[in-house]
Design a protein around this ligand. Structure first.
Ligand code: PLP
Length: 415
């Protein structure tokens, strides 16, 4: 029986099967009400980078809850939020030195866009449009929806309710890059910023581009004096093999959005980090030139304590080595699928393994989820994508169980 009181995300409540009840978790496992241990192949939407219930994170959360759970940041600061801001500044390159906190990824994207618009307003310019890329995904709130893929994205039915942005494919050749540049210069005076998911576009289809192309896009933006916003909400914190995807190009975007793995999958927290010239455009005698934003729970002390513990783990754990191992194992074990007529492409980067199928599996999604459950795995495909984003410390035998199940169920699937 479906509980119609609890409205689930992206779910047709009339036809959905009963959701799995999870009552506990440990390491890479989710434990069902019936006591079954499922290997989480997708790390709770790739947030859980060190697995569940990591003692370092648990301890930090417990102790902060007993000391100071939360206090608003209007006129007040606390040690956890200060420590976290300084840590993020130290981890990010160059002068990405100014950190504004929020609660969710979508909110971080909204704030980044607001900063970009106000950056120009504070200099007497009205620039309100954003350049964004096909297959992109930046969140579910209204401005975030407006920069998602307008056709294939999950929000196309809202098109008439959204601000009009400038959508374009990610250039993938020299000619495409030239065309992109010409098109940008044409619109440049109306552009508040260019927003991109560096190296891997996540929930919009798990498409990848090269560090070289990312570098080229950054160069074009700098030449045309356009702000570049890197949405690292999916790619940030080791997922692609480097701490941030921008490190691989390397580039220094004007604004970076972070969330998801920031608290290791424990609490909602997001950060927007700006370069010094962006921040300085808000310094003025005019009170209205200040950044006009302030979420109630921003810089929540328990969430910041969790994030500080997670960043501690990035210092002490061999995450880079582990992600490299996962990448090698994924490449080897998913490669055979490239020969399947049902498969369009296999892509692997860091701890991200993607199988893009020829056909959308919307109508077979439940079938796939059932098969994976029978294999002891929690994996939820979307569109024509079956993917895995496991935690970095997953046991290699468990990763093997995931990839074998992916291969087996695609093989058994009657298209
Ligand atoms: C998940 C995601 C978001 C939105 O984050 P929420 O916390 O779900 O609002 C934005 N951008 C990217 C790249 C994401 O993966």
């Amino acid at each position: 029986m479906i509980d119609h009181t609890l409205w689930l995300p992206y779910t047709q409540m009339q036809t959905t099967s009963t959701p799995i009840e999870i009552v506990a978790s440990e390491q890479e496992y989710l434990i069902t009400k019936q006591g079954t241990k499922l290997i989480d192949a997708i790390g709770s939407w790739w947030t859980s980078c060190y697995g569940y219930n990591h003692p370092t994170i648990v301890k930090a959360i417990q102790s902060q809850a007993e000391t100071l759970p939360h206090v608003m940041l209007g006129g007040i600061v606390h040690p956890q939020v200060q420590r976290l801001a300084h840590r993020l500044k130290a981890l990010l390159p160059a002068d990405l030195n100014h950190v504004f906190f929020a609660n969710t990824g979508s909110e971080a994207v909204e704030i980044a866009m607001k900063i970009a618009i106000q950056y120009w307003l504070n200099q007497g310019q009205t620039r309100t449009q954003f350049v964004c890329f096909e297959q992109g995904y930046h969140g579910d709130t209204f401005y975030a929806m407006s920069v998602c893929d307008p056709v294939e994205g999950m929000h196309h039915i809202f098109q008439d309710a959204l601000p009009k942005q400038l959508h374009t494919p990610i250039p993938r050749s020299k000619e495409a890059l030239e065309a992109f540049k010409a098109w940008l210069s044409l619109h440049k005076n109306q552009i508040a910023g260019v927003i991109i998911e560096p190296l891997v576009q996540g929930a919009g289809g798990m498409k990848m581009h090269t560090p070289q192309m990312l570098k080229e896009i950054d160069t074009v933006c700098k030449e045309l004096n356009l702000l570049l916003i890197a949405d690292e909400i999916f790619t940030g914190f080791g997922r692609t093999g480097s701490l941030f995807a921008i490190n691989q190009a390397p580039i220094v975007p004007d604004i970076v959005c972070l969330s998801k793995a920031l608290t290791g999958g424990t609490l909602p927290l997001a950060a927007v980090v700006a370069r010094t010239p962006i921040y300085e455009a808000f310094l003025s005698d005019n009170p209205e030139a200040a950044l006009m934003h302030g979420p109630t729970y921003m810089g929540n002390a328990i969430a910041c304590a969790a994030a500080n513990a997670v960043l501690e783990l990035f210092n002490t754990e061999a995450w880079q080595e582990n992600v490299q191992k996962i990448q090698t194992q994924l490449q080897k074990s998913l490669a055979p699928l490239s020969n399947s007529a049902k498969v369009k492409e296999v892509r692997v980067l860091g701890a991200i393994g993607v199988v893009e199928l020829q056909q959308n599996i919307a109508h077979n999604k439940a079938w796939f989820v059932e098969r994976f459950l029978e294999s002891g795995i929690w994996l939820r495909p979307f569109g024509n994508i079956i993917y895995t984003t496991p935690c970095f410390n997953i046991k290699s035998t468990n990763l093997q169980q995931i990839t074998e199940a992916i291969c087996q169920h695609i093989h058994d699937w009657k298209t």
